[in-house]
Design a protein around this ligand. Structure first.
Ligand SMILES: [Zn+2]
Length: 67
């Protein structure tokens, strides 16, 4: 999946907390993925979401972002 357009308004309205907990990061990334395409969900967050049943996609089949 190619990295796409940044939804600046979404970013202004959804700042990542300064010291986010795992849950806060996960929620942020899941919401982010719905509203903005500037970056993909990091593999560790995908893995966490899959483990919690929030995403059905297996971590190893997720198209990973370029390093
Ligand atoms: Zn974004």
């Amino acid at each position: 999946m190619a990295v796409g357009k940044t939804n600046k308004e979404w970013h202004l309205a959804h700042k990542m907390p300064r010291n986010p907990s795992e849950d806060e990061r996960l929620t942020w990334h899941l919401e982010h993925a719905k509203s903005c395409a500037c970056r993909e969900i990091p593999p560790d967050m995908v893995e966490l979401a899959v483990r919690r049943g929030l995403m059905v996609q297996a971590a190893d089949t997720h198209p990973t972002a370029p390093k």
